[in-house]
Design a protein around this ligand. Structure first.
Ligand code: WQD
Length: 338
């Protein structure tokens, strides 16, 4: 079976992709430095798939340590790069930390795949944040929408890394690249053995909702209800993390089976949901009465965006259609397990 390297394999998205790749018959070698996860995630993956994935504790910014993975596993044909810091606010306060970690780790991966990989197929975990705030007539977002100036150093690392991959695919004939731009991943594996593990106070909406429902947080603040949207709160495209993970398998399949050299896909449901709609969907799905209040806008928030997933639907034969209530229930089940 083909061997796929996952960097950031014990992270939120990486762990769910590890499960789906093994389910699809791939061999996985995971690497992580546990800077934003724990080794317990490997136990969770094992409980789901019934075996332990191959794993090496590696900081991908350390070229020599990372190179050892390719000596140990000379059969790597594809890699998916998740290893990156992703807290938008933190990136504004500490841009150098983000540029050094997110870019050096990716540069090392590209170099090692080109020079040491059995195959050099790279899937890059990007984000819809690369688009910035689209104009209303640019919604839903298609892959050819030009980038706006990055809204944060985090977003800029995604823009730069996409450019690194594009230039390297052009230059190195053995290298192929696929960019996956995620909208808002939420939820947890239905087994509740893996899920999102936010460090400290959650930045993201759904973990804050589930921690409030669990009594860990006093009250959810809805950051603004005076936006130019139907109910005044921000709109996003919330995609189930398991549906998102399955798109990664399809992307690897396509590269290995069809030798696709370059592709970019928006991964979303194609439906926009406001913060208040999501809060009400959570209350309806779980029956838990959620304590929330309307607060001031959060600086840097984009008002509204959602994906046009038609390209991924057509070319990957994939769609994210798990009902939002089921997705939110999976998040709640995971939170109760925690
Ligand atoms: C969603 C909406 C908030 C918390 C960011 C990154 C993106 C990706 C996901 C890394 C917004 C509102 C939130 C809260 C709230 N990052 N909100 N109260 O900002 O769309 O995307 O995280 O992978 O690249 O840009 O996600 O979940 O932080 O916010 O009202 O306590 O929920 O204002 O409108 P965001 P989010």
């Amino acid at each position: 079976m083909s061997r796929v390297l996952l960097t950031g394999a014990t992270g939120y998205i990486g762990s769910h992709v590890a499960v789906e790749l093994v389910n699809a018959g791939y061999d996985v070698i995971g690497v992580d430095n546990f800077s934003n996860s724990t080794p317990k995630v490997l136990d969770g993956i094992e409980k789901i798939i019934g075996k332990r994935i191959d794993f090496m504790e590696v900081d991908c910014t350390d070229y020599n340590a990372f190179e050892k993975v390719f000596e140990q596993y000379p059969d790597i044909e594809a890699a998916i790069h998740f290893a990156a810091y992703k807290a938008v606010g933190e990136s504004v306060a500490e841009p150098l930390k983000y540029f050094k970690n997110n870019l050096r780790s990716f540069e090392n991966l590209v170099e090692l795949m080109v020079t040491k990989g059995k195959g050099a197929n790279i899937v890059f975990s990007s984000s819809a944040t690369v688009y910035g705030q689209p104009a209303m007539d640019e919604l839903p977002i298609k892959e050819d929408l030009p980038f706006q100036p990055a809204s944060s150093p985090y977003a800029r690392t995604k823009q730069i890394a996409e450019g690194i991959l594009e230039d390297c695919v052009r230059a190195y004939t053995n290298l192929n690249g696929t960019i996956l731009r995620y909208f808002n991943p939420i939820g947890a594996h239905p087994s509740a053995h893996i899920g999102e593990l936010p460090n400290g106070v959650p930045n993201n909406l759904v973990p804050f909702i589930t921690q409030t429902a669990a009594g860990i947080r006093e009250c959810l603040s809805v950051f603004g209800n005076d936006y130019n949207t139907p109910d005044g709160s921000c709109i996003r495209d919330y995609i189930y993390v398991v549906d998102l993970a399955k798109a990664h398998v399809k992307a690897v399949d396509k590269m290995l089976q069809e030798g696709i050299r370059w592709n970019v896909f928006n991964l979303g449901t194609g439906k926009g949901l406001s913060v208040l709609e999501l809060v009400n969907a959570f209350i309806k799905a779980t029956g838990v009465n959620l304590n929330y209040r309307i607060a001031d806008r959060r600086p840097g928030d984009v008002e509204q965006y959602w994906a046009d997933p038609a390209k991924a639907n057509a070319e990957l034969g994939w769609s994210a259609d798990t009902p939002i209530e089921e997705v939110l229930l999976s998040a709640w089940k995971w939170q109760q397990k925690l």
